[in-house]
Design a binder for this molecule. Structure first.
Ligand SMILES: *Cc1c(COP(=O)(O)O)cnc(C)c1O
Length: 375
C-alpha cells in the first residue's frame, strides 16, 4: 500500500511531556520558513531571548535557546563549565540526577554524589554535609523538578548552601520553567536549562539555557576546548547575540523558534505568577479527585510538583491495560513509572496548556471508568 500523509490522532497529553500544544502555537509553527540569518528572523531571536529572560527571571545576557531537546541543554551546561580538574557535587533523587552524574563521568571530573530518596526533595542537610567533607568542590548540580518522581526540591536553599561554599550552581529546570516558582537571579543559579515541551507547551526539540556572568567568565577563560563543537557556547553565542551581523554556526530550527516565541509570549501575557498559580489550582483539583478515587501520592504534599503528579498504581490493577484503555477510549495519555517506579506508578502531567479544568475532569472520569472496567 502506498504511504499516505501522516495524520496523528488527537490526544490529550497528560504525561511527563510533551504537553498539549495550543492551536495558537501550532499556527505560529506553520508560518512561512525564512532564512535563519534574515534580519526579520534575527529580530525574532532577540525577542525570544528577552522572553526567556522573563521566564527565567534573569538579566543574564547569555540566555538563548539551544537547537536540541532538554538533554542537550543539560549536556551544554556540563561540557561548557566543567573540566577534568573540577569537583562536582551532584544531588540525585531520580532519573535526571543520574543523567547529570553520567555527564560528569564522561567529562572525567571528580564526582561527589549526594543521594536522597526517590520521591522526596533533595535533602539540603546532606548537601551541606557533602560540601563540608569536600572543600575542593566547585560545582553543585541538582534537578529542581524531578519529572521521574514528581518531587520539587528547594532550589533557593540548595543554591544558598552552594554559594556559602563558593560553588557555582547548575540547575535542571526542564519541568519547572513556567510551572512553578523559579527565580534564576534571586536564587543564585549560575547555569540553568529547560525544555520547550513541558510547561512551555511548545513543540519538543528546543532547550532554553541561561548562564550567569560568573559562569560565562568560566566559559570564556577555558583553556581546554569544549569537547562538543556543536554545544560550545563561545561559538553558539556568536549566533545568538551581538548587534549587527551574526556568525553562522548551525541552521536554527526556524519554525520551531516561531513556536517557542509564541508560547513564551503566551506565558508573558498570562503572567508568570498567574501561570504558577494556575498549575497549583489545577493540581489541587486533580489531587482531590485522585484521592477520592483511592489513589495515593508518592511525594509528601509539601514537596509535590503541581505539574507532575505521581501516584501508586492500586493493587490488582494492570498498569499497561489501564494506560492502553485511556489512550484508546479517551485519547488520553498519562505517563508510566520511570526508573525505581517503573510498573509501580503513574505520572499524570498538568503541564502548560494541559493544565486546564476540562483536562482534570477528563482524566478523573477516564480513570474512574478504567477502574470500574478492570477491577
Ligand atoms: C524531560 C526532561 C529532561 C530531558 O529533556 P528532553 O527534551 O527529553 O531531552 C531533562 N530533565 C528533566 C527534569 C526532564 O523532565
Amino acid at each position: 500500500m502506498a504511504i499516505q500523509s501522516f495524520n496523528p490522532p488527537q490526544r490529550t497529553l497528560m504525561g511527563p511531556g510533551p504537553s498539549d500544544v495550543s492551536q495558537r502555537v501550532l499556527a505560529a509553527l506553520a508560518r512561512p520558513t525564512i532564512g535563519h540569518l534574515d534580519p526579520a528572523f534575527i529580530g525574532m531571536m532577540d525577542e525570544v531571548k528577552q522572553l526567556l529572560q522573563y521566564a527565567f527571571q534573569t538579566s543574564n545576557s547569555n540566555t538563548m535557546a539551544i537547537s536540541a531537546p532538554g538533554s542537550a541543554g543539560m549536556e551544554a551546561c556540563f561540557v561548557n563549565l566543567i573540566t577534568p580538574e573540577d569537583t562536582v557535587v551532584v544531588c540525585r533523587n531520580g532519573v535526571f540526577g543520574a543523567r547529570m552524574i553520567e555527564n560528569v563521568n564522561r567529562i572525567g571530573a571528580k564526582l561527589v554524589i549526594v543521594d536522597s530518596p526517590w520521591g522526596r526533595a533533595v535533602d539540603p542537610q546532606l548537601l551541606e554535609d557533602a560540601l563540608h567533607k569536600n572543600p575542593q568542590a566547585n560545582f553543585v548540580a541538582f534537578v529542581h523538578a524531578e519529572t521521574s518522581t514528581g518531587a520539587r526540591s528547594d532550589a533557593k536553599t540548595l543554591c544558598e548552601i552552594a554559594k556559602r561554599h563558593q560553588c557555582l550552581t547548575i540547575v535542571d529546570a526542564v519541568t519547572s520553567l513556567g510551572g512553578n516558582e523559579l527565580r534564576v537571579d534571586d536564587w543564585g543559579i549560575d547555569a540553568v536549562y529547560s525544555g520547550s515541551q513541558k510547561c512551555l507547551s511548545c513543540v519538543p526539540g528546543i532547550s532554553p539555557v541561561s548562564f550567569s556572568e560568573q559562569a560565562s567568565e568560566v566559559i570564556s577563560n577555558r583553556t581546554l576546548p569544549v569537547q562538543s563543537w556543536f554545544l560550545d557556547q563561545s561559538l553558539v553565542m556568536g549566533y545568538w547575540s551581538g548587534t549587527g551581523k551574526r556568525a553562522y554556526h548551525h541552521t536554527a530550527p526556524v519554525n520551531s523558534l516561531y513556536a517557542l516565541h509564541e508560547s513564551l509570549l503566551m506565558l508573558q501575557q498570562e503572567g508568570l505568577e498567574n501561570s504558577w498559580a494556575r498549575h497549583q489550582k489545577q493540581h489541587d483539583a486533580l489531587a482531590n479527585g485522585l484521592t477520592k478515587l483511592g489513589l495515593e501520592f508518592i511525594v509528601p504534599e509539601s514537596e509535590r510538583l503541581p505539574q507532575l503528579n505521581s501516584v501508586y498504581i492500586p493493587k490488582g490493577i494492570d498498569d499497561a491495560k489501564v494506560r492502553q484503555f485511556l489512550l484508546q477510549e479517551y485519547n488520553l495519555e498519562i505517563g508510566a513509572g520511570l526508573g525505581q517506579f517503573a510498573g509501580q506508578a503513574w505520572r499524570i502531567g498538568l503541564m502548560g496548556f494541559t493544565a486546564r479544568s476540562e483536562n482534570v475532569a477528563l482524566c478523573l472520569a477516564a480513570l474512574e471508568s478504567a477502574f470500574t472496567k478492570f477491577k
